[in-house]
Design a protein around this ligand. Structure first.
Ligand code: NDP
Length: 309
């Protein structure tokens, strides 16, 4: 079997187009404020792409880049100010934060109505109670990929690999809401391959390069690869890519020093799965598109509720 590749770009563009159409008829301009603390390189790239996409779609974006020495008290105060600013619709504090800052304390401070990442305890609770909540962007994007690719979720066995607060747990909850039968696996799961092989839908979010092999995948399954990892070793790249892709990847390693790979071995997934999301070009693109969608949702709800705009 050769898996059909589910293009994140196509679906992300559809969503961004829908968001742009909504923005065009709104009587106000929405504002998204992204707060970044310190010099984490990956965070700088992620924030850059969030700001750029906001601007492309007509969302006002504000980027507060704070020094790595910012204290927890200072950051709490900044978030509080953003909570009370009437022109700010969405607040996103880019994770990870420097070690001296308690992430949970910051997430708890963000007003649930402006929490476009869906990480505040109130929104997490709302999600678990199946109330209307701003859902975390990456897992919400996975649901969009499945739905817009006409992959049935209801009644099917979905196995989520990983139980983080930002991907694994909300992913499991969103799949449950779509009436899948859900199993969550983690680093202490025994006989992992036996469980993942039962999955009609397998979502990998563990941060382990190419960890999911053919033996983990049921023939004909849908495999969603959330992982984003760098591979610079040429021999390892040979294990991960088939002849259709290897040359391109080796060129990328030659030019950039690394190539992006998910948590799934793409060569083996292509052989066993029916549908597979690529890395790059899969789930990652949806994360930003869903952030735009959440920002507009948050703006509409809050402004209509508070100002009657
Ligand atoms: P975390 O490190 O927070 O969580 C990893 C999870 O995977 C943990 O629950 C851990 O289990 C589990 N795990 C680790 N090793 C194994 C193993 N050998 N077998 C089974 N389970 C294992 O990662 P995140 O959830 O933040 O991210 C996961 C991946 O997704 C990363 O590659 C990250 O870069 C990527 N990511 C991609 C995004 C996108 O936009 N595409 C957005 C966010 C993340 P335990 O709890 O027992 O330790």
């Amino acid at each position: 079997m050769t898996a059909k590749i589910l293009s994140g770009a196509k679906i992300a563009n559809e969503i961004k187009q829908e968001v742009a159409e909504e923005i065009a008829i709104l009587p106000f301009r929405a504002t998204l404020t992204v707060v970044r603390v310190g010099e984490d390189k990956a965070s700088a790239v992620y924030v850059g792409s969030k700001v750029k996409t906001s601007e492309e779609l007509g969302i006002i974006s504000e980027h507060l880049h704070l020094s790595a020495e910012t204290t927890q008290a200072e950051l709490l105060e900044i978030v509080e100010k953003l909570n009370t600013r009437d022109d700010v619709d969405g607040i996103l504090v880019q994770l990870p934060l420097p070690k001296h800052i308690d992430e949970n304390a910051i997430l708890e401070k963000i007003s649930p109505e402006k929490d476009v990442d869906g990480f505040s305890p109130i929104n997490v609770g709302r999600l678990w109670q199946s109330q209307n909540a701003l859902a975390p962007c990456t897992p919400a994007g996975v649901i969009e990929i499945l739905k817009r690719s006409n992959i049935e979720i209801a009644g099917r066995h979905a196995v989520v690999l990983g139980r983080s607060n930002i991907v694994g747990k909300p992913m499991a909850m969103l799949l449950l809401q779509e009436n899948a039968t859900v199993t969550i696996c983690h680093s202490r799961t025994k006989n992992l391959a036996e469980i993942t092989r039962q999955a009609d839908i397998l979502v990998a979010a563990i941060g382990r390069t190419g960890f999911v092999r053919g033996e983990h995948i049921k023939e004909g399954a849908t495999v969603i690869d959330v992982g984003i990892n760098n591979v610079s070793d040429i021999e390892f790249a040979r294990e991960l890519f088939d002849e259709t892709e290897l040359e391109k990847r080796l060129n990328t390693i030659g030019k950039r020093g690394y190539t992006l790979v998910g948590d799934v071995n793409p060569k083996e997934a292509r052989e066993r799965a029916a549908y597979f999301t690529p890395v790059p070009g899969g789930v990652g693109l949806l994360t930003v598109a869903m952030l735009m969608k959440n920002t507009i949702e948050a703006a509409k709800k809050r402004r209509i509720m508070m100002n009657g705009e």
